[in-house]
Design a protein around this ligand. Structure first.
Ligand code: C5P
Length: 221
């Protein structure tokens, strides 16, 4: 039931963390649960969009009505997203690891008594949102997130420009907010038009509102 303003539109959504291997049994990760990204994928589908969700490793289930592709590393996530362009809508919600281990070991790194711990040398990961925002096949609407612990609005505005996004959903993920890994979210929507502050809402409600906002923007395009 309900109106389908996104019927005939395609969307790609990223969600969850990425896992960057140190060796075959260890990895670097973050506290993203995938709840917000998965909810957005479901909300876009509910409005009629044909949605592909590219998810990092999460414990929550694949949303109904959405095609879900599972990846682990940032480079796999980038490939999964770019290979699915063109699309009308891209919503990059994943908490992609900024760095990967430069050379992950092919075998489990052994602890040897008397030897110092091994150094972890990091390399920068590709920026998926930035790649999509500046792509030849750039979607009509590109949405990014800005999880910050300070200067949320300023960092959000910077991100809008640098990443080539139309909208940035900015939130404060300081530990005391309980947002990262939690079920609620309090966001600011940053666009060229200015800033809109939304109240504290469940992540499903944030997703529903964002899907409606996206549908409204595309209706005029
Ligand atoms: O720069 P920062 O990581 O704060 O930007 C967050 C936004 O960029 C989110 O939308 C996130 O999904 C996206 N991002 C990405 N690839 C990265 C880093 C961030 O798509 N390597």
């Amino acid at each position: 039931g309900g109106p389908k303003p996104l019927a005939g539109r395609t969307a790609i959504v990223t969600s969850g963390p990425t896992h960057e291997p140190i060796d075959p049994v260890r990895y670097i990760a973050n506290r993203s649960s995938g709840r917000q990204g998965h909810a957005i994928a479901a909300a876009l589908a509910k409005l009629g969009a044909d949605v592909t969700l590219v998810s990092g490793p999460v414990t929550i289930s694949d949303p109904a009505g959405v095609k879900t592709v599972h990846v682990e590393r940032a480079d796999e996530m980038l490939e999964a997203v770019v290979s699915r362009l063109p699309a009308d809508i891209a919503v990059m919600v994943a908490a992609v690891a900024d760095w990967r281990v430069a050379t992950s070991a092919g075998q489990k790194i052994k602890k040897k008594s008397g030897e110092p711990p091994p150094p972890l040398v990091l390399a920068e990961n590709p920026d998926i949102l930035k790649t999509v925002g500046h792509h030849d096949k750039r979607p009509k609407l590109v949405v990014g997130f800005a999880a910050e612990t300070q200067d949320v609005e300023k960092n959000g505005r910077d991100k809008l420009l640098r990443k080539g996004a139309d909208l940035i959903v900015a939130n404060d993920v300081s530990p005391e907010t309980g947002i990262m890994g939690g079920t609620r979210n309090r966001v600011k929507i940053i666009s060229a038009k200015g800033v809109e502050e939304w109240p504290d809402l469940g992540k499903d409600e944030v997703a529903a509102r964002l899907a409606n906002l996206i549908a409204g923007r595309l209706a005029g395009a």
